[in-house]
Design a binder for this molecule. Structure first.
Ligand code: URA
Length: 426
């Protein structure tokens, strides 16, 4: 007979109380085992969203989520290990060029990634545009590739933080994703269980992110940095702008193509800037502060590491990306400057085109997506292309057009330039 009941735990938090260590350990474990019902955990998640959690509660909750599964041992990897996690955005393909870039500079990058849901894209969905590429690796394959290649991007195994897997799916359908204690513990339990020595967090702020304002993003970043440090993981966070999509491409295959441009030494300036800013933080955290990631992009070492990484997981790095059957080019109806391109609306447009999924089990379209022809601040003349919508089926276009149409604002004067990296929390 347990000393705890789900109803007492829910009531404690509902009434603004502090959960004891025993209550937290019990409820996370019992939920993972199916002894606490989904409706009870939903009520508790909502109470946490409304009442918050103290720092010691968040730390204990995170530890309980880690303890629900296995913790990987990366000691066979001789290079220093360092990972990056983004809280999710629109056009955020940074993991693709960043992982091989940091590996090319001497660290090992154990990237356990996810799939997109809603308007945000998922790294695994993007990489699956590459024919033959395999997201599922066994732990032995993961560690061997990390040791031999220095770069792995793959799906987290079922045994890693299973409490989070269950709880995240429940939060997604109960309006409780946005709770800072739950986001922080969800992300950090997986990253700590993965065994990385250091971690750089890219905490997104703006319309296309979970955190819509800087204060919330700062609180989330601080919470995660403290959790990482408490578990012996060197952790820093950058708050970065997600009011505008990153780069010009939003979708799956189109984002792989843009990542290859960056790895070839080109690509949009904002994608290059953020890739290099995160690479420098990662190399610093890994104890390699003298590495020069800009040189590794220029001289082809990062591209070589990409090709090796893709081949190691069965992918063909030379396979052409599939083209979309339907392409709708939208042109400017006014002269002026691009005053803003709303990340959320473009993310929803890409989703409507088929690049994202409505339910976890849905497939995504490989060629679907939005390709921007302009960035905020660019001058524009009537008739010039603003963006194009790509889809496999024509009936996808009208709903996407309605979203994208309200995303792009043209004004008589150029807007003030906004910084991409807003703040560093370390
Ligand atoms: N990503 C996660 O892994 N968990 C969250 O709760 C939010 C974003």
């Amino acid at each position: 007979m347990s000393a705890f009941t789900a109803v007492d735990v829910i009531r404690t938090k509902r009434d603004g109380g502090v959960l004891s260590d025993g209550q937290i350990d019990w409820v996370v474990d019992a939920y993972t085992k199916g002894l606490v019902a989904d409706e009870q955990m939903s009520a508790l998640a909502m109470a946490i969203l409304l009442r918050g959690m103290s720092a010691p509660e968040i730390a204990r909750w995170t530890a309980a989520m880690i303890a629900s599964g296995e913790r990987l041992d990366l000691s066979p990897v001789t290079r220093p290990t360092v990972d990056k996690h983004s809280t999710g955005g629109v056009g955020d393909k940074i993991t693709l060029p960043l992982t091989p870039l940091v590996a090319a500079c001497g660290a090992a990058v154990p990237q356990l990634s996810g799939r997109g849901l809603g308007h945000t894209g998922g790294t695994l969905d993007k990489l699956e545009s590459i024919p033959g590429w395999r997201a599922a690796l066994s732990n032995d394959e993961f560690i061997a590739q990390l040791r031999d290649v220095g770069a792995v991007i793959c799906a987290a195994g079922d045994a890693l933080a299973p409490a989070d897997r269950k709880l995240y799916a429940l939060r997604d359908v109960t309006g409780t994703v946005e709770a800072i204690p739950l986001i922080a513990s969800s992300i950090m339990s997986k990253k700590i269980a993965e065994g990385t020595g250091a971690l750089v967090l890219d905490v997104k702020v703006g319309s296309g992110a979970f955190m819509k304002n800087v204060d919330d993003a700062r609180e989330l970043a601080r919470t995660m940095v403290e959790l990482g440090k408490a578990h012996g993981v060197r952790t820093v966070a950058l708050l970065t702008d997600m009011s505008t999509p990153l780069g010009l491409a939003v979708g799956n295959a189109v984002e792989v193509t843009e990542s290859l441009e960056v790895l070839a030494g080109g690509g949009p300036a904002d994608v290059v800037e953020l890739t290099l800013a995160l690479a420098r933080e990662m190399l610093d955290a890994a104890g390699l502060p003298d590495a020069d990631p800009a040189a590794a992009l220029r001289d082809g070492r990062a591209m070589d590491a990409w090709r090796t990484m893709i081949r190691a997981q069965g992918g063909d790095p030379d396979a052409p990306m599939p083209a979309a059957n339907e392409v709708e080019v939208v042109r400017a109806t006014d002269d002026g400057y691009i005053a803003g391109i709303d990340a959320y609306a473009i993310g929803v447009a890409a989703w409507r085109l088929g690049a994202g999924r409505a339910r976890k089990e849905d497939p995504v379209s490989v060629p679907a997506g939005v390709v921007l022809h302009k960035r905020p601040g660019d001058p524009v003349r009537v008739g010039e292309p603003l963006y194009e919508l790509r889809a496999e089926h024509a009936e996808r276009i009208p709903a996407a057009l309605a979203e994208a149409d309200r995303a792009v604002r043209i004004a008589p004067a150029a807007p003030a330039a906004a910084p991409l990296v807003i703040e560093r929390i370390g």
